[in-house]
Design a protein around this ligand. Structure first.
Ligand code: ACO
Length: 446
């Protein structure tokens, strides 16, 4: 949960003054006063239900469209302080993980809660690596897609299809089964993604190479042509690994929430993961880096940046890759990505759109519109430029996000399943439709 220092201090002062860690609410409709316990700066929404005008009253609810101020779970996985620009997985700062860890080690950390020992990491790597192959029928399934099918649509469908190949995955309370599906999902996501990419090019699928690293093998499955053994470029392999670390989890974002919500009906992890992938597809979430690139192409030159910003301020456009529900400061991932981009451009050559992006950032960070709204570059602002320079088409960008986020989704799903307080997710509504009215026969309708 995001912490707010001021609130924490005032709560502490309040407790000292009154000796009570609670919130007193007076219902002015009845004059009654209620005391609601506070835990972790939070009240329980269900406690509001005691607030009634009479015994027939359903009780008070809280109204929170888009969950702006509602904690849906207690979580030990990822900590974000959006005001300070802090992101940590299991307590470890993202900057240190990006510098010193690998994606597979970070995925283990996110899922298991601790960094692995040497032996644990070797076993984990072996198990994920030995689950990278997909059933041959998956290939036939992918072949059914139109030549220009969006790879994200193919990925969503292929992940959902995995549940039909592994029906035992529905035993979600069996820890051994969960473990196996975890290896499979993390192992097979890059394979499905690469196959979707090769299908769009009309190229034969390249099979996994178990001797390569996780990102190295992904590059192999994407780009291998006639060579007997594909050798990934070390700088690009490292850059991709860092990008995977940065995208591994981000607490209760839209797709993690989809994973938890669908999983809460006790569906199998492949179906839940397909739902999470679908949530990631949208342009306001994982589809944003694709939109950033389109936007930079649309701007076209540095000279056009001020006019474009003007249109954004007039409400005609959104500045894609800017703004975040949680970060009201520079997204710490964007800072690391900016550094990674220069490593990539040393190999691939400088992306000509970079200068437009830098100018957009420079102007926006000085502009009153963006400053007052605390709109800073988010993770997606620079990733598109890196991916494009590495040779990926824009349609692959959200796919490149879905691969590493799979570890976060599974961790969020497993935490939800093992949390005794969780049930099937089922929000309430405020009904604003008609009162009861009689059916109108066809001849009487206007
Ligand atoms: N460009 C211009 N104005 C913006 C932008 C933007 N990118 N983002 C927010 N604003 C403005 C809003 O219009 C609003 O202005 P107002 O107060 O005058 O009405 C104000 O800033 C607050 O914005 P909200 O919409 O309340 O912010 P919210 O938390 O709902 O939205 C979101 C967050 C969806 C990420 C938004 O900033 C956005 O659409 N950004 C562009 C898409 C993007 O980059 N998404 C990737 C997010 S990172 C990720 O998912 C991995």
């Amino acid at each position: 949960m995001t912490s707010g220092k001021i609130e924490t201090q005032s709560t502490a002062a309040e407790v000292q003054r009154t000796g009570r860690n609670s919130l007193t609410v007076t219902d002015n409709r009845t004059g009654k006063t209620y005391e609601l316990p506070i835990t972790d700066d939070t009240i329980r929404a269900l406690d509001l239900r005691h607030i009634k005008v009479n015994s027939e009253d359903f009780g008070m609810m809280s109204y929170d469209p888009a969950f702006n101020n509602t904690a849906l779970c207690r979580s030990k996985i990822t900590f974000i302080d959006g005001d300070a620009g802090i992101l940590r997985y299991r307590g470890y700062p993202i900057e240190e993980l990006a510098e010193r860890s690998t994606y597979l080690e970070t995925a283990y950390l996110i899922l298991r809660g601790e960094l692995p020992t040497k032996q644990q990491l070797a076993e984990w790597t072996y198990n994920v690596t030995h689950h990278t192959f997909v059933h041959e029928s998956i290939k036939k399934f992918l072949d059914g897609f139109h030549y220009d099918a969006h790879p994200m649509g193919m990925l969503i469908s292929a992940v959902a299809a995995l549940s039909t190949f592994y029906p035992e995955a529905r035993h979600i309370f069996d820890a051994e089964s969960r473990q196996k599906q975890t290896w499979r999902l993390i192992g097979k996501m890059p394979t499905l993604a690469a196959f979707a990419y090769r299908h769009s090019l009309g190229m034969p699928y390249a099979y996994p190479d178990n001797e390569l690293s996780y990102p190295g093998n992904f590059l192999n499955m994407l780009f291998k042509t006639t060579e007997l053994k594909y050798k990934p470029n070390a700088a690009l392999e490292h850059a991709l690994d860092v990008l995977f670390i940065l995208h591994a989890d981000h607490e209760q974002n839209c797709s993690a929430n989809a994973m938890r919500c669908v999983g809460s009906s006790q569906t199998d992890p492949y179906s839940s993961c397909a739902a999470a992938t679908a949530a990631l597809y949208g342009p306001l979430h994982g589809g944003a880096n694709e939109e950033v690139l389109r936007m930079l192409l649309d701007i076209g030159s540095i000279a056009n940046v001020p006019a474009y910003i003007k249109r954004v301020k007039a409400g005609e456009k959104k500045l894609m890759g800017f703004g975040h529900r949680i970060y009201k400061n520079y997204d710490p991932r964007a800072r690391i990505i900016k550094r990674v981009s220069s490593e990539v451009f040393e190999v691939t050559g400088r992306n000509p759109l970079l200068d437009i992006a830098l100018e957009v950032e420079r102007i926006a960070l000085e502009d009153e519109y963006f400053v007052t709204r605390k709109l800073y570059p988010n993770v997606d602002f620079y990733t598109g430029l890196i991916y494009q320079s590495m040779g990926f088409p824009v349609t692959m960008f959200p796919v490149l996000f879905a691969i590493p986020r799979t570890s976060g989704w599974i961790a969020q799903w497993e935490e939800m399943l093992l949390d005794a307080e969780q049930k099937i997710a089922r929000p309430r509504q405020i009904y604003t439709g008609y009162e009861k009215r009689p059916y109108v026969p066809m001849e009487k309708r206007s």
